[in-house]
Design a protein around this ligand. Structure first.
Ligand code: NAD
Length: 375
């Protein structure tokens, strides 16, 4: 089977979906690998490194798209590239299938088997393929560093003959994978960290990182079998906003990572709350590009709102493109290896397997994923 790696379509993306070490591993299990020229360059992986790993470098993108049996990408493909893929080939990438109905229908019409990395189930067996987690982990780290860089203060306490500086207050809203890493990173930098999540099971995790959990009684909240938050009612959301107001006002940095899988993120910080923060404070809105948790954040940009910096850049793991590529590439390798038929030397698309049932969206001209089909 021929596995293809095109250069990412978004010019701003420095990451690459497969790094040389995993190209080598794929060749060892009997696959052939072809990589578009300069695909790994911005993440620090040269064409020579791919060649040494047994991969072929291809200058002609159209040829790579047309001949690959499996195509590996990070970002979703441009709609007009789907018609250029080999019929019945497998396309693996992030897809945002809940919102990208046009894209899903292109895959269907062109008889491409589309695998969405967002839809890998959150089970113990699939953990090694979980790209949402690998990228969110790095995002948590990056968001703290970006905020620290904008903040006109230091994060740790500092006692010097010139006086004592108090530690900065950091408030993390949403304690999933990114939130936990943000807490750990801010703690390592010496900040005083407080956090909140509607899933009460996170309180222990917050405390075990040495941070404080903000107690808010919202009544019945909960989580799905996959560990995702259940959406709050409007009354619960209002209560949460009121209860967080003081904590936000006294924070130097607020990092929001609150998400409800498959829905728009809830607005948790409204415009009236922002001027209550000290001038120079920083808010990072992790999901600014898809609506975000903060009124006034702008997807893809860092903006000033009444003296408070709001960072909404997005694509956070791309700031550490080399590590992000390594982790994503490892997720992809683990996915392929899990379903690799060693004798036939091909990917076995076993649709009875719960992992593939979760993440395969289209196959043989049909939308076969139950959740996407029923949208
Ligand atoms: P996510 O990105 O969907 O959401 C981020 C966080 O926002 C979640 O913790 C959620 O509870 C929280 N949230 C939602 N609404 C909120 C609100 N109004 N206020 C505050 N917080 C709010 O979640 P994620 O980071 O992808 O992880 C979700 C869960 O999945 C976690 O329990 C995580 O441990 C679990 N997980 C399990 C596995 C596995 O078992 N293989 C792998 C990864 C993650």
């Amino acid at each position: 089977m021929l596995i293809g790696v095109p250069k990412e379509s978004k010019n701003s993306d420095d990451r690459v979906s497969l790094i040389p070490v995993h190209a080598l591993k794929l060749t060892r299990i009997g696959a052939e690998v072809q990589v578009e020229t300069n695909s790994g360059k911005n993440a620090g992986f040269s064409d020579e490194a791919y060649i040494e790993s047994g991969a072929k470098i291809i200058a002609n993108r159209e040829e790579l798209l047309k001949t690959s049996d499996i195509l590996l990408r990070l970002g979703k493909p441009p709609n007009d590239e789907i018609g250029k893929l080999k019929e019945n080939s497998i396309h693996i990438s992030f897809l945002d299938p809940f919102n990208e109905t046009g894209l899903v229908s292109e895959f269907k019409q062109n008889k491409i088997t589309a695998i969405s990395m967002e839809m890998i189930p959150r089970t113990t067996r699939a953990q090694k393929m979980d790209a949402l987690s690998s990228q969110a982990n790095l995002a948590g780290y990056v968001m703290v560093l970006l905020a620290a860089e904008k903040l006109p203060r230091i994060l740790p306490m500092m006692m010097t003959p010139a006086g004592t500086l108090k530690p900065a207050n950091v408030f993390v809203i949403g304690v999933g994978v990114a939130g936990l890493q943000a807490i750990a990173t801010a703690k390592r930098l010496g900040a005083k960290v407080t956090a909140f999540d509607t899933r009460t099971v996170t309180a222990e995790q917050v405390k075990s990182l040495g941070a404080k959990f903000l107690e808010i009684d919202l009544g019945e909240t909960g989580q799905t079998k996959d560990g995702y938050a259940v959406e709050l009612t409007p009354a619960q959301l209002d209560k949460q906003k009121q209860a967080q107001k003081d904590q936000i006002a006294k924070s130097d940095i607020v990092i929001t990572t609150a998400q409800v899988f498959g829905r728009k993120p809830p607005i948790l910080i409204t415009k009236d709350m922002i001027p209550e923060m000290q001038k120079g404070s920083v808010i990072v809105d992790m999901a600014a590009e898809t609506g975000g948790n903060v009124e006034g954040s702008v997807g893809g940009k860092t903006v000033d709102f009444e003296g408070v910096t709001i960072i909404g850049d997005g694509n956070w793991s791309n700031f550490v493109a080399r590590d992000a590529s390594q982790m994503y590439s490892s997720n992809l390798y683990n996915l392929i290896e899990e379903f690799w038929d060693k004798e036939k030397k091909e990917f076995n698309l076993n649709l009875n397997d719960e992992i593939l049932q979760g993440c395969v969206i289209t196959n043989q001209g049909e939308i076969i994923n139950e959740r996407i089909k029923n949208l």
